[in-house]
Design a protein around this ligand. Sequence first.
Ligand SMILES: Cc1ncc(C[n+]2csc(CCOP(=O)(O)OP(=O)(O)O)c2C)c(N)n1
Length: 623
Amino acid sequence: MNRILDTISSPSDLKSLNDRELKALAGEIREKIISTTSKTGGHVASSLGAVEIILAVHSLIDSPTDRFVFDVGHQAYAHKIITGRLDAFDTLRTYGGISGFPKPAESPHDVHPSGHASDSLSIALGLAKARELRNSDEKIVALIGDASLSGGMAFEALNTIGQLQLPIVIILNDNEMSISRNVGALVRHLGAVRSSARYRQARDSSQEKLEESGSIGKAFVAFGRSAKDSIKQFFVPESMLFEQLGILCTPPIDGHDITALKDILRTALDADGPVLMHVVTKKGAGYAPAEDDPVRFHGVGPFNESTGASIKKSASPTYTDIFGKALVREARVDEHIVAITAGMRTGTGVEEFGREFPDRLIDVGIAEENAVGMAAGLALGGLKPVVAVYSTFLQRAFDQMVVDCALSNSNVVFAIDRAGLVGNDGPTHHGVFDMAYCRMIPNMRVLAPSDEEELVHALHTALRIGGPVAVRYPRGCGAGMAAPQSGSMLPEGVSRTLREGSDVALLGFGDRVGAALVAADLLEQRGIDARVVDMRWVKPLDAEAIAEAAQTRLILTIENGVIAGGAGEAVLMTCAQQGFTTPVVTLGIPDEFVAHGSTDKLLNDLGLDGVGICSAVIEALGA
Ligand SMILES: Cc1ncc(C[n+]2csc(CCOP(=O)(O)OP(=O)(O)O)c2C)c(N)n1
């Protein structure tokens, strides 16, 4: 059967399609998304929910002259497919293939490299101001989800958008979901708007027209025409929140009805100020397993296309699971422990904690600054907050870490998940900066457990040692060892030597300790005797262990993080300060953004696996 999809090589091809054809195209795109992601994994539910919105926008604007900005960008698969990447779509998220997020290097239709939530409105606003200063007239559309709208950056942008009154179309994709169910007062407000009388009216009248014309969209056409003389009348003050900020807001629109979307969007694109289109969609739309379980299908690994069942690779618990269980056990004996998540209760493993201690888990939504600021307040209030957060998203809250937590030496634990390279999500999600940005903060201690057991001890220690403490651990599973049922105190700034050796010292941090052990075996085969040290602490460093390492011919530091400002640099500085002349090689992430691909492949490329470490030693020794 001929697919319409095969005739679309650029978004301009959509212009010749009627709404019935666009609808059929939406179905074909959904099939493509499902069949591809069943093999590659990906952000299935969000992308399925946004297909009609993307088609409606691209059928009315002229991208790339007009600018379509995606928030997070995890919902942009349909956009990728219709902007010349249909054939490449099978390589989604794979090494050397196309990225799971908008990426300007991949296509001129991708406006900015997105991946972190809540930035789209600021980007759109900047583009609108640039347009004004350049005297041009391109259209600017931003697509943002209801959860991402709750992020501080988006709120700040709304403030300036209301002030500057530059024409921008904001499409609010309201599906009531973040990764889990959305939380917060804004979501309550949107819920109230959805169920308001006017929405019911619009729906009821749509229903009538539907009966008359067979198209729910026709009702919106009529709705638009009756207010033709005034755009402002068309955008009724449905949400006082946006109206009072100076942003015209539509009543809720069915986000799966292409005709309705296009009719209102056409008017919105002609407005002479900012307009917010409140669009209601179903996350996972068109694929029953994703509609039924949008949380799992938010970001899912490979799955069986017909049943939706995940094709699991490993039965071992992940570091996240181990952290989550250890936290629950700690909280059973210490009622001061509270946990905070910024919209990531499943991802960070605090779901079980929330079930057992509902009052002691706070989900602030996508608001990392608020999470860390609130943690400082909880600590001032005598509690022991644990901020469970991904390394990459904690970057948002650097200032709160410094000023609100560290300056007052508050007892805040940062449980930093997804530390190091994370694989297929790529550069926006790699957690490679945390050792550098934590290390530089006074009062902050930093632990990098090397395996499951060490993670349990590190958390136990962090909860007792006092002051701000970061515990960083990687994505996925460790060696598969059984984690202990209780943690014990790790002596501060003390490493553990895993293997004695006199030729070279391999100082490993976190998950690179395992790779150092592999390298030591390989080196042994070449007659090189390597000592392996699990440094455990990035800060304070074990100065004695470094002094011992300096007795060998070569020190190698290995970390899953940036070299600049990282743990290896700290070792190097200690050596310099102590006057050691032993050469030091620092292995880690070089001064570049690392692309997406499987973590093993990326680590191999960067020379951070056992083979790479072995080669680095041989090269440095000239052996
Ligand atoms: C700063 C930041 N924090 C957390 C995340 C993780 N994250 C990715 S998508 C998402 C939920 C987005 O929900 P919403 O904006 O409503 O879009 P939907 O997926 O429902 O379409 C979260 C929390 C992120 N990408 N960026």
